[in-house]
Design a protein around this ligand. Sequence first.
Ligand SMILES: NC(=O)c1ccc[n+]([C@@H]2O[C@H](COP(=O)([O-])OP(=O)(O)OC[C@H]3O[C@@H](n4cnc5c(N)ncnc54)[C@H](O)[C@@H]3O)[C@@H](O)[C@H]2O)c1
Length: 256
Amino acid sequence: MNRLTDKTAIITGAAGGIGKGIAAMMAREGAAVVIGDIKDAQGEATAAELRAAGGRAVFQHCDVTSEDDCAALMQRAVAEFGALNVLVNNAGWFPRATLEDTTVDFWNQVLNVNLRSAFLCAKHAVPLMQKAGGGSVISIGSPNSIQAIPTLVAYGAAKGALINLTTTLANAYAPDRIRFNVVSPGWVLTETEIATQKSEGRTPEDMERISHTLRLGRYQTPEDTAYACVYLASDESSQVTGMFFSVDAGATTLLR
Ligand SMILES: NC(=O)c1ccc[n+]([C@@H]2O[C@H](COP(=O)([O-])OP(=O)(O)OC[C@H]3O[C@@H](n4cnc5c(N)ncnc54)[C@H](O)[C@@H]3O)[C@@H](O)[C@H]2O)c1
């Protein structure tokens, strides 16, 4: 408790899924939380839920593909809570498509949501973090940042590029004490991921069977990712920057 009492944190895409888990844990650790999402009703309900649990939280409509929305989201943190210390670029979209099925429009949409968003949010967060004397930017990557899956051509490219955006900005803003890291959540059965697996023909029984083949015996949860994000948001990680931090039970690194 209270590891983030002096922090204001923005989490994009936190109406539900992994982002909600991150927002909830950060609020429990004392951070003032700003949730940005395109799902207004769900985002408002999530903010209300965090307040009911004793946290400080507000919702702001934000489409992370819009520069104006990203700028307004960063400003909301300052207007509401006085400063911006932590940004979690979590909003994401992971539709499947091979090269043959990837149209230029689809490519642009996937890169806009998963990559351009992190650039836009960083661009508008950095001046505010400089004013605050430092900060922590955490981008949610994926095993697909480093793994090659033929049906994730655009998504894999976007999540892979997030790593270089992160190391480049980590290098550029270390003198300002603004840290940039990527957290990779592993395999988390959010509603969207369950729907994706179903659309690929996997039954709940298939998913149960697969869970027993995973290296540490289960799928990851939003909380697994949130623990890493709380650490990277806190001053405990003040010497950690430019890292790719996997919470995937070794799926991308251990030999099978
Ligand atoms: N679920 C997994 O197994 C998994 C694995 C690795 C990485 N990830 C990454 O974790 C993040 C969260 O994934 P999730 O499973 O919780 O997905 P999710 O679909 O449950 O949540 C994504 C959230 O982002 C929001 N969002 C989508 N487009 C947006 C936009 N343009 N502007 C603002 N908000 C937008 C959605 O409304 C939603 O609330 C994503 O970046 C995803 O790529 C997920």
